[in-house]
Every structure is written in C-alpha cells, then in structure tokens.
Design a binder for this molecule. Structure first.
Ligand code: NAI
Ligand code: MG
Length: 366
C-alpha cells in the first residue's frame, strides 16, 4: 500500500511559520503511530508570484488535483497589494478552490474549555460548544449572472443574482448529511424561503435528499435571519448547519467568533468523492497572512494544526488520530499555554509560535 499523499502550500506571511509547526505534528504521527504521508511542498500566492510571475503555477495546480489532500497556510500581503487583479495572491487560492470544485466548506465552531472565558458570550452559553457550519462555496449570489453595474434611466444599478441549481443544492446537502452521520445525526438547513425563490428550491431539495437517502438524519429548516439570532442566543441547539454561500459566509464568521480568536479556527473545503472514495480536499486556517505579526514568531499555529486534524478525519479516515491531536490542543490550553492572541488583560509572557508547536508535540507524547 502506498501512503496517502499530502501537498503542503505554506504561502505568505505567517503561513510558513504556522506550517513549520504542523510539519512537526505530521512527523510525530509518522514516527510514533506509523501514520505516514507522502508529503510534498510547493508555492502559492505571493511566494509563487515571486518565482513564477503567477500566484499558482500550472504544475502546482496539477499536483493539487492529484494528491489526496492539500494543506494551505495563507496568502497575500502588502507587498502584493499593487499587483494586477489577475495575478494577486488570492487568485491562487481561488483557482485551487475552483479547479478542485470544492463546493462544501466546513467551518467548525468549537469551544476549548480553557478559553470559555475568552468569549464575548456568557460561559455557559459557549462551554462545550461543538458545531459545524457547512457553507456552499461555488455558487449562489457571488457567482450568479447577470451581475454588474448598469445604466438604467438616468442612474446606475448594481446587480448580483442568487442562482442555485437542484444538483448544486443536492450535493452540498449530501455532504452535510454524510458529516452529520459521523456526529449527532442532526442537521439544520438555513435559507430565506419566505422571501426568496432560490430559498424555496433549497428547502425542497434538501428535504428530498433527506427523505430519499438519509431517513436516519433529523432535519430541521430555519430562516437564516432567525438562525443568526439563535446562534448567538443558544448555539448548542445546533450540530450541523447547512446553508448557501452568502448566508454561510456571514453565519460561519458569526459562529466562529462565539469561541474566540482567529488564531484558533480551522476549515476544510471538500469536493465530490473521487474513485478511491476520498473527496477532493483543501484544508486551511481561516486567518490570513497576518502581515502585522509576520516574521516575529508571534503567530498562533493552532488554527493550522487543527486544519490538519480535519484532514486526518475527513481525508485520511484517521478519526482517532484527529481526536488525539485535538485533545493535545485542549491539554496545552488547559495547562495555560497561550500565544499572544490568546492573552487577556491578566498579562504574562506569551509563547512563541515554535514554543506552542513544541507544547503540542509534548502533549501528544505525554
Ligand atoms: P488576517 O487574518 O491576516 O489578520 C487579521 C488579524 O488577526 C491581524 O491582526 C493578525 O495579526 C491576527 N491574526 C491572524 N491570524 C493569526 C494567528 N494565527 N495568530 C495570531 N494572530 C493572528 O487578515 P487581514 O489582516 O485582513 O489580511 C492580511 C492579508 O491576508 C491580506 O493580504 C489578505 O488578503 C490576506 N488574507 C488571506 C486569507 C487566506 O489566505 N485564506 C484569508 C484572509 C485574508
Ligand atoms: Mg467571511
């Protein structure tokens, strides 16, 4: 048997810094649990532009399509702000998402016990929280035609179109139901079927997929505006939430902040299952390249480490290893390990990026 393959794209700013800590974690699982990966590394974003004049080389794109999973750090930075739109670092990431057809974006909101005080919400509202937002990523109002700014009479009109086909709704619903089967079996679908035809179709198709192929799933529907209120009022009523691209963009950011810092938040973007059963998959922290702290050893590597934990769970059928890695993160936080972004008013000396990585390795080994 060949090892599963993993392409690492550290990117720009703090991307390479946090990825260096994930490399230690990957090596640890190889050395201690015989969980070996065929790891290759390449350039993306500004780092790729500096060498190739494009934010993603065709060869890198081809590799991304061939491997079992891609793990990306972050792209962008002030150095590239004046570049033409067509070669901006972000375009490298967008090309990966598009050509890998990553339609299902998984954004967990998980409360780490030691950080419950860090939330802006009351402790009992967030303690133990562990929910997952599944956002449709490749269609909807960000892509629908017609779009643009047009002349109409003697003024201009800005137009974007919310558009969803049945098959687009069907496939993201399936991905949410599959995910729910590995969790509590509960899914809440959010749209605005009260005022949008695309929402009526969304609700119908999600219900039909459930009734036809996932009768074991407990499915509910909610208007997205109420969903936003419920997320802040009592988020633990949810497990998996599935929603469209626009509502998902907003609801996932809202849910993420229930539990704290940008430096803690992982994500997965999944496509259709391939011949070997594994989905096309890209894992990345939610944060960007953080130019304000890049090169100073201040970045929190946990978001990227937890993105690798998601890869273990969703690409490599290594749920036990993922649990173990998440438990190691819980443990270092419980022991008081904090990078600067996790420090409250109480002060103290923060850990560097490397020290936090080392603490996670020590917890894994304990
Ligand atoms: P950002 O996420 O890079 O930073 C926002 C704030 O959070 C900064 O103060 C930063 O220091 C802090 N922060 C972010 N990650 C952190 C971590 N791991 N540990 C500690 N603190 C952390 O977003 P910003 O500043 O809006 O964008 C900076 C650059 O990153 C831009 O070029 C932007 O286009 C790009 N970007 C890239 C993304 C990606 O690669 N997926 C996503 C978001 C932004
Ligand atoms: Mg957003």
């Amino acid at each position: 048997m060949t090892n599963p393959s993993l392409l690492i794209l550290p990117g720009d700013g703090i991307g390479p810094e946090v990825m260096a800590e994930v490399r230690k974690v990957i090596d640890w699982f190889g050395a201690n649990q015989g969980l070996n990966f065929d790891v290759s590394e390449d350039l993306v974003g500004g780092a790729a532009y500096d060498v190739h004049g494009v934010p993603l080389h065709d060869d890198t794109m081809a590799k991304a399509l061939a491997v079992d999973a891609v793990l990306l750090g972050a792209v962008g930075g002030p150095k590239y702000d004046t570049l033409d739109f067509s070669v901006k670092p972000e375009r490298g990431l967008l090309r990966l998402r598009k050509e890998m057809d990553l339609f299902s974006n998984l954004r967990p909101a998980q409360c780490f016990d030691a950080l419950a005080d860090f939330s802006s919400l009351k402790k009992d509202v967030v303690a133990g929280l562990d929910i997952m937002i599944v956002r449709e990523l490749t269609s909807g109002v960000y892509f629908g035609e017609p779009r643009g700014i047009f002349e109409e009479g003697n003024e201009r009109v800005g137009i974007n179109t919310q558009r969803y086909t049945e098959s687009e709704i069907d496939r993201v619903a399936r991905s949410a139901f599959e995910l729910a089967r590995k969790r509590s079996g509960k899914v809440c679908s959010m749209e605005k079927a009260n005022v949008m035809e695309s929402g009526i179709l969304w609700r119908e198709v999600v219900q039909k997929v459930r009734d036809t192929d996932y009768p074991d799933i407990e499915l509910s529907h909610m208007y997205a505006d109420n969903g936003a209120m419920q997320l802040v009022r009592w988020p633990k009523q949810f497990d998996v939430i599935v929603t469209d691209n626009l509502f998902g963009d907003i609801l996932s950011d809202c849910a993420a902040m229930l539990t704290g810092s940008l430096g803690m938040l992982p994500s997965a973007s999944l496509g259709a299952p391939r011949a070997n059963g594994r989905p096309a998959a890209l894992y990345e922290p939610v944060h960007g390249s953080a130019p304000d702290i890049a090169g100073q050893g201040k970045a929190n590597p946990i978001a990227c480490v937890l993105s690798f934990a998601m890869a273990l769970r969703y690409s490599f059928d290594a749920g036990a290893a993922a649990d173990q890695l998440e438990a190691a993160v819980q443990k270092v936080l419980a022991d008081g390990a904090r990078t600067a972004d996790l420090m409250g008013a109480e002060g103290g000396t923060p850990l560097t990026t490397t020290q936090m990585g080392d603490a996670i390795i020590a917890a894994l080994s304990a």
